[in-house]
Design a protein around this ligand. Structure first.
Ligand code: UDX
Length: 427
C-alpha cells in the first residue's frame, strides 16, 4: 500500500518505517526542514534502537517532504501522527492536529481515488469525529465515510523498543465507522500477527487513555506501597514479584523507584483529568496517581539529605538524565525535578547520560546550563561527593562505586556491592 504519515516525530517516524518494513511505500510529511533532510539521507532525527539500520536498509522505499499535496495525491492512506502537547492547565493542545487536518483536507479536494485518513495521535474521545472530521470535510468539500475513509488507530509504542512494539504488538486497536475503511486498515495490518480489536472511533480514542492511565496508576500504586515497604524494611521488588504472579495482575510495570516521566503518561493522565472535570466528574484516583508521582523524585533528595545533611558546596553526581534508559528523550524526566531541587539547595552538579545530555541542556536551559557534564560515569564518580542514580542505563551497572555514597532511584543493585553506603528509594 502507499502510505503517508504526517508528522515525523517518534511515533510518526517509527510507524512509517514500520510500514515500510511490512512492504509498503511511505511518504513522510513534516514542516521541519532539518528533519526532512535527515530522513531523506536515511538518518533518523531521533535516537531509537534499530531505526537507523532499517532506514538504511529500505532507502528508496520512503521519502520526506513538506508538500501535503504530493503526499496525499501519491498515497492511499494518511496517518496523522503529529504532537498533542499539554497546555499550562493540563488540557490537550490540538493546534497541530487541526493544522494537519486542514492541509490534508485541502489536498483531498483534488483527489479522485478513495483515500483513508487515520488519526494516530493521542486525542481525547470525540476529537476525531468532532474536530478532525469537520475540518477534513470543510477543506475537501467531501463527506467522510461516503467520499473518504476516517479511522482512529492509537499507538502503544514504548520508546527504546518502539520498532519491536510496532512489529509485535500485544494488540492493534482500530476505530472505524464503516466497512470500507475497516477493510483498508485490516489489509494494511494483515502481516502483523496480533489480536485486532475493531471498535468505534470514540472507543479507540478512550482505549489509549485508559491504557496509559492504568499503567501510570500501576506504577504510582507500586511506589506508594514501596514507600511503606521502605519504612518497614521490606524489599518492594520482592513484594511485587509476589503480587505479579497473580495472573489477574501480571508482573510487568511494577518497578518501584522515583516515578514515571516521558512524553505520554504525564500529558495523557493530565488531559484525562481535565476532560473528566469538564464532564463534571471528580477523578480522584487519577489525581492521586499524579500526586504520588510528583512526590516520588523528592524521596531521592530526602534520602540524600539523610547521608549528606548540608548540600551547600557539595558536588552531587547525577547518573542519568533521560526519562528512562535507551532513549535520548528528556521530556518530563525525573532528572529535571531532582537537579532543580539540588541547585536550589546550593549543590554543584556533575551529570552524565549516554544519550540525553544535549537534549537536557536544550530542553531545560534554566538548570541545564548551570550544571557540569562529564564524559563518563567514572568522571562523575571521581569528581563528586555523592552519587544519585536517576536512570537505569545498563552501563551504570558496570561502574565500580567503591568508597562512594550511592543513592539509587532505580534499583541497579550492582552499585550495592561496592558502594560505601548504598541506599534505594523504595526498598
Ligand atoms: C508509554 C507507554 O508504555 C506506551 O504504551 C505509550 O504509547 C507511550 O507511553 P514510554 O513513554 O516510552 O511508553 O515509556 P514506558 O516504558 O512506558 O515508561 C514510562 C515511565 O514509567 C518511565 O519514566 C519509566 O522509568 C517509568 N516506569 C516504567 C517505572 O517507574 N516503573 C515501571 O515498572 C515501568
Amino acid at each position: 500500500m502507499r502510505v503517508s504519515v504526517v508528522g515525523s516525530g517518534y511515533v510518526g517516524l517509527v510507524t512509517g518505517i514500520g510500514f515500510v518494513k511490512l512492504g509498503n511505500s511511505v511518504i513522510f510529511v513534516d514542516v521541519d526542514e532539518r528533519k526532512i533532510q535527515m530522513i531523506n539521507n536515511a538518518q533518523p532525527p531521533i535516537y531509537e534502537e534499530g531505526l537507523e539500520e532499517l532506514m538504511q536498509e529500505f532507502r528508496g522505499k520512503y521519502y520526506a517532504t513538506n508538500d501535503y499535496r504530493d503526499a496525499i495525491l501519491n498515497s492511499d492512506i494518511t496517518f496523522i501522527a503529529v504532537g498533542t502537547p499539554s497546555r499550562e492547565d493540563g488540557s490537550i493542545d490540538l493546534t497541530y492536529v487541526k493544522e494537519a487536518s486542514r492541509a490534508i483536507g485541502k489536498a483531498l479536494r483534488e483527489k479522485e481515488d478513495y483515500h483513508v485518513v487515520v488519526v494516530k495521535s493521542t486525542v481525547l474521545p470525540g476529537t476525531t469525529e468532532e474536530v478532525v472530521r469537520p475540518i477534513l470535510e470543510k477543506y475537501s468539500g467531501k463527506k467522510a465515510i461516503q467520499d473518504f475513509g476516517l479511522a482512529m488507530n492509537p499507538e502503544f509504542l514504548r520508546e527504546g523498543t518502539a520498532l519491536k512494539d510496532f512489529l509485535n504488538p500485544d494488540r492493534i486497536v482500530i476505530g472505524v465507522q464503516d466497512e470500507r475503511t475497516k477493510k483498508v486498515l485490516e489489509e494494511l495490518y494483515a502481516p502483523i500477527n496480533a489480536p485486532k480489536l475493531i471498535v468505534d472511533i470514540k472507543t479507540a480514542e478512550m482505549i489509549k487513555y485508559a491504557s496509559n492511565a492504568f499503567l501510570a496508576t500501576k506504577i504510582s500504586f507500586a511506589n506508594e506501597i514501596g514507600n511503606i515497604c521502605k519504612k518497614l524494611g521490606i524489599d518492594s521488588w520482592k513484594v511485587f514479584e509476589g503480587v505479579g504472579l497473580d495472573h489477574r495482575i501480571s508482573p510487568y510495570f511494577f518497578r518501584t523507584g522515583i516515578g514515571w516521566g516521558g512524553s505520554c503518561f504525564p500529558k495523557d493522565v493530565r488531559a484525562l483529568i481535565r476532560k473528566a472535570e469538564e464532564l463534571g466528574e471528580d477523578p480522584i484516583i487519577l489525581k492521586a496517581v499524579v500526586e504520588v508521582n510528583e512526590r516520588q523524585p523528592l524521596k531521592l533528595i530526602e534520602l540524600l539529605k539523610k547521608h549528606v545533611p548540608d548540600l551547600k558546596g557539595k558536588t552531587v553526581g547525577v547518573l542519568g538524565l533521560a526519562f528512562k534508559p535507551n532513549t535520548d528523550d528528556v521530556r518530563e524526566t525525573r532528572a529535571y525535578i531532582i537537579v532543580r531541587k539540588l541547585l536550589e539547595k546550593g549543590a554543584h552538579i556533575i551529570a552524565y547520560d549516554p544519550k540525553a545530555m544535549e537534549n537536557f541542556k536544550r530542553f531545560y536551559p534554566d538548570v541545564g546550563e548551570k550544571i557540569e557534564y562529564a564524559n563518563s560515569p567514572e568522571e562523575v564518580l571521581e569528581k563528586s561527593d555523592v552519587i544519585l542514580i536517576v536512570t537505569e542505563w545498563n552501563e551504570f551497572e558496570k561502574v565500580d562505586y567503591s568508597g562512594k555514597i550511592v543513592i539509587d532511584g532505580r534499583r541497579i543493585r550492582a552499585a550495592e556491592k561496592t558502594a560505601r553506603i548504598y541506599e534505594g528509594v523504595c526498598w
